[in-house]
Design a protein around this ligand. Structure first.
Ligand code: SAM
Ligand code: SF4
Length: 478
């Protein structure tokens, strides 16, 4: 009943190496004397998973230790996503499961965190009476107080969206850690107002976190054995932080350079880039630092200029194509991936074909593909009719998936015979005799263990076979 929890799946340690296992369990061991336990499930984007680690740290300070066992928890939290209707349906199902646990164990508190908190606070608290706490993404510092209040019978609600909160001073408790890779949240919120998207309403205005605290977090992670950080934000290229004393501004290109300087053996990734904001300076910073990975997630959403205009993406097809050209010109070995939405309001067959040809043009290594799901309160929901029938949306989505799978397969086949530097992340899911890791282009590489390496090591792997999702190879001397 509980095994569809993505957080728990990630919590399960797959690493056999003893020193790395210590890191995996570090978060749990340090709080084994905690008098109360919390359990947390996270859904949605990487940002949400990263936020759960901030929540864990705040609760740790308040004397709560994490547990992977729902039945043993005093406090059950669900960090929610509102991006698509399906994500919200999943959360509702989970809340009904938690309700059963609560009935069996009176006194257990249940809380909804994240994007659904703001949208559905009244419904959760008053109509459905499923939860004790509703806490928005900018109010996590308030959690201990809200939990204490809820235990006394108060309404535990804070969905206030801040213009300043970045949790810069909080050292996240690495709940989902493999001991090798970690996320660092560099900014919060979004000011872009893409017409289909609920994020600006659920996560508030864009704000950038202090560059010093980001570099300090990266340094601390490196010192603790981590070898890869991913700088996270809804639109990382618009990162901008002014030094409070000197007024000196740090841009995203500069932040990349500062983070890359932590150590040549610390890989730096980032996500997500908005095509309108990624600059040549960012591309040069990537090119000039071997440890900044040659991989850009550059969501196109649609390949048709009229639809892009309706989506308020602020670029058109030709402009996006130029950006793709520029990336490949500066870094011929760069991999690019995308997000695509099919069946947006009024999209015709011909406009849909523009998305197919764009995928072909950009040669994405992979894409996250969705059919349009109207979100209440967004500009698209207010202004446009959601008029593409579901069956058509789904058929277009399938066409896009088929095309992308073929391109991914083709690109991976072209990697056969090449040798890549791979960072070992842990054991392969399929076999404990194989390691899994990623190359700079973010492609998963599987290769046989030879007894000399461990997670966190860099190795050279020669690719001998490939599917659309994975490269297979063997370790070679560099
Ligand atoms: N900030 C990122 C960006 O601009 O690409 C990602 C935001 S969102 C968390 C991730 C993806 O969800 C979007 O890129 C978009 O493709 C998809 N998405 C957002 N709203 C959607 C909606 N209403 N229906 C379907 N897909 C949606
Ligand atoms: Fe949503 Fe657009 Fe902001 Fe991404 S950039 S979070 S799609 S509004």
């Amino acid at each position: 009943m509980y095994n569809d929890n993505p957080t728990i799946e990630r919590l399960a340690p797959k690493v056999v190496d003893e020193s790395a296992q210590g890191k995996v369990y570090e978060a749990f061991d340090t709080q084994s004397d905690a008098s109360k336990r919390f359990y947390i499930e996270s859904y949605g984007c990487q940002m949400n998973f990263s936020d759960s680690e901030i929540v864990a740290s705040i609760l740790g300070e308040a004397g709560y230790g994490p547990t992977r066992d729902l039945e043993a928890a005093d406090l059950i939290l669900i960090n929610t996503c509102s991006i698509r209707e399906k994500a919200e349906d999943t959360v509702r199902k989970r809340l009904r499961v938690f309700d059963k646990v609560k009935r069996r164990r009176p006194g257990t508190m249940v809380g909804v965190l994240g994007c659904m908190a703001e949208r559905l606070k009244a419904k959760f608290l008053e109509e459905e009476k499923l939860v004790d706490l509703v806490v928005g993404p900018d109010a996590y510092r308030d959690l201990p107080k809200l939990v204490a209040g809820a235990e006394e019978g108060d309404r535990g609600v804070n969905v206030f969206l801040s213009r300043e909160e970045t949790y810069a001073d909080i050292n996240p408790l690495r709940l989902q850690s493999n001991g090798v890779t970690a996320f660092i949240s560099i900014m919060r919120g979004c000011d872009n107002m893409c017409s289909f998207c609920v994020v600006p309403y659920t996560r508030g205005r864009e704000r950038s976190r202090s560059a010093f605290s980001i570099v300090a977090e990266a340094t601390d992670l490196f010192d603790r054995g981590f070898r890869e950080v991913t700088l996270l934000g809804q639109n990382v290229d618009s990162y901008k932080w002014a030094h409070p004393e000197t007024g000196q501004v740090v841009t995203f290109a500069e932040l990349l350079t500062l983070t890359a300087a932590v150590d040549p053996d610390l890989r730096v990734r980032f996500s997500t880039s908005h095509p309108k904001d990624i600059t040549d300076d960012v591309l040069y910073a990537m090119r000039d630092h071997q440890n900044v990975c040659k991989y850009i997630h550059l969501p196109v959403q649609s390949g048709n200029s009229r639809i892009l205009d309706l989506m308020n993406r602020t670029y058109d097809r030709a402009w996006y194509q130029q950006k793709i050209n520029r990336i490949y010109e500066i870094m011929p070995d760069c991999a690019i991936s995308s997000d695509v939405i099919t069946g947006f309001c009024t999209e015709t067959e011909e406009e849909h074909r523009d998305t197919l040809t764009m995928i072909d043009y950009a040669r994405y290594s992979m894409s996250y593909m969705f059919y349009y799901s109207e979100r209440p309160g967004t500009p698209a929901a207010r202004k446009f009719e959601d008029d593409v029938p579901l069956a058509v949306k789904k058929r277009r989505l399938q066409e896009i998936i088929n095309l992308q799978t073929g391109i991914s397969h083709e690109l991976n086949q072209q990697d056969i015979g090449k040798t890549f530097r791979v960072l070992i992340e842990g054991e392969s899911k399929r076999s404990d005799e194989d390691w899994k890791g990623r190359n700079s282009q973010n492609k998963m590489v599987i290769f046989a263990k030879d007894g000399t390496h461990r997670p966190g090591d860099y190795v050279h792997v020669r690719v001998t076979a490939a599917s659309s999702a994975t490269l297979l190879g063997h370790h070679v001397q560099s």
